[in-house]
Design a protein around this ligand. Sequence first.
Ligand code: F3S
Length: 282
Amino acid sequence: MRKVMVAKTAGFCFGVRRAVEKVYEQVKEGKHPIYTYGPIIHNETVVEDLEKKGVQVIQTRHELEELTEGTVVIRSHGVEKEIYDRILQKNLNLIDATCPYVKKIHKIVERESQKGSKIVIIGNPEHPEVQGIKGWSKTPVTVIESEEEAEKFQHSGENQICIVSQTTFNYNKFNKLVEIISKKRYDIIVLNTICSATEERQTEAGKIAAQADCMIVIGGKHSSNTQKLFEICKKECENTYYIQTLDDLDATSLPSMGCVGITAGASTPNNIIEEVQKKCQI
Ligand code: F3S
């Protein structure tokens, strides 16, 4: 008999699941038209399915300006305060699916900048989550992503520096960058706002792979978090396969005995994980 172990943390994290569910709820309630501000998730199948159900993606501020009615869903990454305000000013129906962990950072940044602190975000300046966080500060923000940028960082004011992090930033790298900034002897408060969902998914994947005879990692080709999962699993289990959907699974390569482990990247919907699980159980 073949045993199949599916990681509990496989697939959507709590924030993304909540956001996707909120959009489907709107569809179910028959709301029309529905827009998401940016794709709700980096998964084409889900976005296409929603499109078929009448949910359109708006990509830019300009497109938002052109809307005259309907519901706008803010995805889990969150947005700048200005976008919130604009949606409300335009009398559109706002559904806020910002992940509560990201929302918490918005609140910190708003509060601390109001008190006069200088805000520093450790993260990727191009990432929509970071751009959103930036937009809650009342004062100019510095985004630091590399050691070089941390070394170069200078603060001329007397005020305190408040450091927060992008939720998906690497923990060790965050510590390293904070250490570099701390050496400058400014008055600093550090709030580690990294979300543990990614780390938990990786730890569990490694544990399962260590016990499995064959490991399957499901996720998009370009998904960096899935690639990372694959690397972790491959280290523990030589027989690790990277698949995007059930079609990529070669059932003949599965061992007839022993244990098959399954995990999935952050944008993989549950139904794909279940399909793969079923196939492995046959
Ligand atoms: Fe997901 Fe929210 Fe964490 S979107 S990765 S649970 S910050």
